[in-house]
Design a protein around this ligand. Sequence first.
Ligand code: COA
Length: 355
Amino acid sequence: MPSTKFAGIGFYVPEQVVTNKDLTKYMDTSDDWIRERSGIEERRYGKKHEETPTTMAAAAAKIACERAGITVEEIDFIVFATLSPDYYFPGCGVLLQRELGITNTEIGALDIRNQCSGFIYGLSVADQFIKSGMYKNILLVGAEMHSMGLDFTTRGRNVAVLFGDGAGAVVLQPTEEEGKGVLTTHLHSDGTHAEELSLLSPGSHGGYHFEDKDKFGFPTEEEAPLGEIFVYDNLLENKTYYPYMDGQLVFKKAVTKFPEVIMEALAKTGYETTDIDMLVPHQANLRIAQFVQRTLKLPDEKVYNNIMKYGNTTAASIPIALCEAWEQGKVKEGDLVCLAAFGSGFTWGSALIRW
Ligand code: COA
């Protein structure tokens, strides 16, 4: 059976840099608070009306394809992970196909909704397809445009300061080289705390997305001529179209689950923490990554963090960080690379790769 190798990798972040100080114009926060609690110094925001997760993903994908030595027409499957898609539906997979100008309709496009763990979930799915021989050039991307949907008032400050926009992409191919490529992937979920890190609306839980504010019923055609917009008052009053997070619960769970799932991958493959050449954790919060690093007793040069520059880019954070580490020569041929993530769901996962 072949294994899955990373044949090409690329990332894209928007030009606009937004510093912690910039955010103090909109909400009661400070550079000190944000740095101390999260390690973040700045993040990137995409150009509204021009950039979307799809356009950013396309930019990253073109670099990944070029580095893999393939044209976009050679891609036979797309896996797109995002929590901030261009549309409610269809998903970003087909939008990326169109954006890249792929005319081949023999390919499939899959959308992954696992938020911070999206890239690892996507990698695990793609790995099965490659190992089974079904596909030969899978484009896996994680891309987010958080800046279009954050609450930039003081009410939303515990979430808004953490997130940034960007995209990362990899081309996955089969390899017959012994011991090379993806060695193992591990996925977990626990729906008990589903709403503790969530964005609830629009969603079917509310009955209707748009309701007559006074009547609590979907307006008839006479009451609401087509095209007139009625707003669901619960959505407006509770602002459930903004992300909500119980930060302390997420922190507590993350610092336990990250090491656990990394140890699971090591145990499965017979490696020790000392065998890891580079750990690329999902960039949730620098304090979480440092906690995990201390727990696993890894030296600084074996953990790659860039949340300071980009904030938390959710599904994009691992491929962006992995790509930067690779570009800087910190991930080299033959290295044992560990990826791990934890996030909304809760879902978490890990992957071990012989680069
Ligand atoms: N600026 C200034 N003050 C802020 C703030 C901000 N951006 N956000 C929250 N605060 C305030 C709170 O209102 C609270 O004030 P109070 O004591 O007067 O009530 C105080 O800071 C402490 O809030 P708390 O939520 O207890 O802070 P915390 O130490 O838990 O840090 C997080 C908040 C979000 C940084 C932290 O919980 C965290 O990192 N959690 C994990 C989040 C994460 O990684 N999410 C990514 C998903 S994978």
